[in-house]
Design a protein around this ligand. Structure first.
Ligand code: SF4
Length: 327
């Protein structure tokens, strides 16, 4: 399947200062990330808070320009932020944010919210735009009489439905969703996840789904990429990664998913907080928290490479065990 989105070796660096006279430290929020998404495919990006997944999402949309690397959409480099070409590209790449209220203009009713991108991109006649609004409201499960409602008159789930309808108004090829259900109640989360899945299948959309919630990701995505301190440490088909994780960090994340009657494996519990990103550990960045770390891990950074299990992982031990298993 042809990729509609290719990210090649993306790097994004922030400069942090811990006081007015302190030294400036570069923080590599995204550090050499490559990925691709095919039409009709959903890629999940997971990891702890601060791992760089939201920055990566903004880079895929061009909102945070890459300091190194590039993003190709349909084989063409994403235009620079703020240019007319970039604004045109927004018709084909849309984003669904975590907080639907913050993403909406509180002065506009539901119909006006959904019509906004059609007006901006000059799509259809007035009659066609009205028909499109009604079609989209039906597709996301909003009633016709809610067209005149304002954001403060809607529940959190209804607001997110409006935001999704607005994102789909221009018939984009790619949808980037950044924690789209984390602000919603659990029962509403399931409805929105099912809605996204149905819409994606029906429209053949490519989708990038960013979340810290592994349960949500497992139920939605085709492939999953696990991020740690700005880098992908494991990537592969969802079933394979969830049922047979290879990287110690992925194993720990997955073993921490609550399941009735299952006790947490003490060997897999991650201890300590993520390291200071301005002072990245030498070697494997996960080594201070990894129970399997060896001397090599403290000095050599593992590269992301294919494993025998049809995925990629960045861990010295995954390579070792694969080699020994095949000899
Ligand atoms: Fe742990 Fe070493 Fe693998 Fe890093 S490279 S995850 S420290 S075993």
């Amino acid at each position: 399947m042809n990729a509609i989105l290719n990210a090649e070796n993306l790097v994004r660096v922030y400069r942090a200062r811990r006081g007015p006279f302190a030294k400036v430290h570069p923080i590599r929020a995204v550090d050499g990330v490559s990925l691709n998404v095919a039409a009709g495919e959903t890629l999940g990006i997971v990891g702890e808070s601060g791992c760089g997944k939201s920055t990566l999402g903004r880079m895929l949309l061009g909102l945070d320009p890459a300091h190194e690397g590039r993003v190709l959409f349909d084989g063409t480099p994403l235009p620079p932020l703020g240019t007319a070409a970039w604004r045109r590209s927004r018709a084909e790449i849309q984003m669904v944010w975590q907080d639907p209220l913050a993403a909406m203009d509180r002065r506009l009713c539901v119909a006006e919210q959904i019509r906004e991108p059609l007006d901006i991109h000059v799509i259809g006649t007035a009659r066609e735009r009205q028909d499109r609004i009604e079609e989209l409201m039906g597709a996301v499960g909003l009633r016709k009489d809610q067209a005149s409602a304002f954001p403060h008159e809607l529940s959190g789930g209804q607001r997110q439905r409006v935001v999704i309808a607005r994102a789909l108004a221009t018939a984009p090829k790619l949808l980037i969703c950044d924690e789209p259900v984390s602000a919603l109640d659990v029962s509403i989360q399931a409805q929105i996840i099912n809605l996204l899945r149905d819409l994606q299948l029906g429209m053949g959309l490519g989708m990038v789904f960013i979340s810290h919630d592994l349960n949500v990701v497992r139920n939605l995505v085709d492939r999953v990429a696990v991020m740690y301190m700005g880098r992908i440490v494991e990537e592969g088909p969802t079933e394979a990664v969830f049922f047979e994780p290879e990287h110690p960090y992925t194993k720990a994340l997955i073993s921490s998913i609550p399941a009735p009657g299952r006790l947490l494996d003490p060997d897999l519990i991650i201890t300590g907080d993520p390291p200071d990103p301005a002072n990245r550990p030498k070697g494997c960045a996960f080594h201070p928290r990894c129970s399997a770390a060896t001397e090599q891990c403290r000095h050599d950074a593992p590269q992301l490479r294919p494993t025998a299990q049809k995925r990629t992982a960045a861990c010295h031990l995954v390579g070792t065990s694969t080699q020994s298993a095949t000899t």
